[in-house]
Write a protein that binds this ligand. Structure first.
Ligand code: 5AD
Ligand code: SF4
Length: 472
């Protein structure tokens, strides 16, 4: 297994970027507007907020329409083949727009750019792309823009600097009352199907003080909900030995934040301390995304997941005992190499037993360079499709039942805005992360967590009524 050294980007390197930012801001040829197209997970969404913050700092403003923007950045994902194809399709579409607007700058960044051979591919096959860089060098965006606008050079920088950690970058948040904080980067797990450890590098945790300071500033700024991000937040601090994840949650709770979430947890690293945190910390939202991937021990072993179904169930039961209102969600992969009908039926049985609020379901996608890519026993495409359809149908029925069972409950809803369906209604998310549309409130509630009594359920949303007189 390859182990790259972790590169802590020092303050001098970040300060050097400030100089480039100053030059770009005053440059007559700089792009005036930008548009970022984001693919993939919340990590990428948050990286896009950082890219936006950096671009704003250099005087660029967001353009709603990508075809009208001076700079278009594609923040890509490569977790599955279809994510990659979607990104490349979008980029190719913009080639035609650029023919009409030759001054337009097009950039690609994100996980796709971290793949071996990608730089060569962009150089050769995408000559209309002006800028390409990987996830480890996001902090160098000012320098890249400087080279583009001042030196008029095409910039392709995918030096394999994936194991970096940079502090103090600006972000432009998508929401005034919801925020993300990265607490760690990378993954050491090497699940046999997954490309993430190869493109996002080894696990590296941020200093607790840096995280806490960021949270305090967000609370001061009126943020009500913070989502902590990491490929495997449960192993936060394992590399530094500074602090465990449950301890970090306790410290964050003490900042006065109203609601805390985190993504993603690996079941094998879910500790008793975390289960206790669910029992004791009021701010911790009653939701846990706990990807199981398969209900077959044989498949889990081939996936290198490091737990059995029984071990997973034991932890899930303990969580539900500690926090009876907790909603669990998961990720499931069907048609992993060698998956038999019997293995798949075990996944169905597991889903029936777990009664998840919802599940993300995926057909296995072969990723070059991973261990599973070498495995035999490829499952036929038609069989894979039939399996995922059965799985989705089962989960949809369970989701309906779970949502219906919430009728009559009063829940705290973080109000996000006016419902797009019915203007008299407000919309927001409950602690379990389910969307709730409700009546009886007015726009003054937006950005607050308010009590709502649940009166009905749709296929994946809840309906309710503002419970004015009650307090959560
Ligand atoms: N094929 C299909 N699904 C995958 N995932 C990760 N890699 C693959 C792959 N090669 C899924 C897992 C993971 C989620 C983020 O994406 O279920 O939890
Ligand atoms: Fe991929 Fe497994 Fe790491 Fe999740 S834990 S990012 S699935 S290798």
């Amino acid at each position: 297994m390859k182990r790259e050294p972790i590169v802590h980007i020092d303050e001098a390197a970040i300060a050097a970027q400030e100089k480039f930012a100053d030059i770009v801001r005053e440059h007559p040829d700089r792009p005036r507007t930008y548009h970022i197209v984001t693919f993939g997970c919340q990590m990428n969404s948050h990286d896009s907020e950082t890219l936006a913050g950096t671009l704003h700092h250099m005087g660029l403003r967001q353009a709603e329409d990508r075809a009208q923007a001076d700079l278009v950045l594609f923040n890509t994902c490569c977790i599955r083949d279809n994510a990659e194809r979607k990104a490349l399709g979008n980029i190719t579409w913009l080639k035609e727009v650029k023919k009409r607007r030759p001054g337009m700058l097009i950039g690609i960044c994100g996980c796709m750019m971290q793949q071996q051979g990608m730089a060569e591919t962009v150089l050769k096959k995408y000559p209309f792309v002006d800028l390409a860089f990987g996830t480890g060098s996001l902090y160098r965006l000012p320098e890249y823009l400087y080279r583009l606008v001042d030196e008029k050079r095409r910039v392709i920088d995918v030096s394999r600097e994936e194991s970096t950690l940079a502090e103090g970058l600006r972000t432009l948040r998508d929401s005034p009352f919801k925020a993300y904080i990265n607490i760690m980067y990378g993954c050491n797990n090497f699940c046999s199907y997954c490309i993430v450890p190869y493109v996002r590098g080894r696990e590296r945790s941020r200093r607790a003080d840096d995280i806490l300071r960021e949270a305090e500033l967000l609370v001061e700024d009126g943020v009500k909900e913070i989502t902590l991000l990491g490929q495997n937040v449960n192993s936060y601090g394992n590399d530094t030995g500074e602090m465990s994840f449950p301890e970090l949650l306790r410290r964050l709770d003490a900042t006065g934040i109203e609601r805390l979430r985190f993504m993603t947890s690996h079941p094998k690293d879910l500790s008793e301390g975390l289960i206790e945190a669910y029992a004791g910390l009021k701010s911790l939202a009653p939701h846990l995304h706990l990807p199981i991937q398969s209900g077959s021990d044989r498949v889990l072993a081939a996936m290198n997941r490091g737990y059995t179904v029984e071990e997973y169930l034991k932890k899930a039961r303990a969580l539900r005992a500690a926090r009876p209102d907790i909603g669990l969600t998961t990720d499931l992969i069907v048609a992993f190499p060698g998956e038999t009908e019997q293995d798949f039926e075990q996944t169905l049985a597991l889903v029936s037993e777990m009664r998840y609020d919802s599940a993300f379901t995926f057909i296995y996608s072969k990723r070059a360079g991973t261990r599973a890519a070498q495995m035999t026993g490829e499952v036929d495409k038609a069989v894979a499709t039939e399996r995922i359809e059965r799985l989705i149908a089962l989960q949809e029925g369970i989701t309906q039942e779970v949502l219906a069972s919430l009728k009559g409950h009063t829940m705290g809803i973080l109000v996000e805005g006016v419902s797009t369906r019915r203007e008299s209604q407000l919309t927001g998310k409950c602690g379990r992360n389910i969307s709730v549309n409700f009546s009886g409130g007015d726009e003054g509630l937006v950005g607050r967590i308010v009590p709502v009594i649940i009166t009905g359920a749709g296929s994946n949303t809840l309906r309710g009524e503002y419970a004015k007189e009650q307090h959560t």
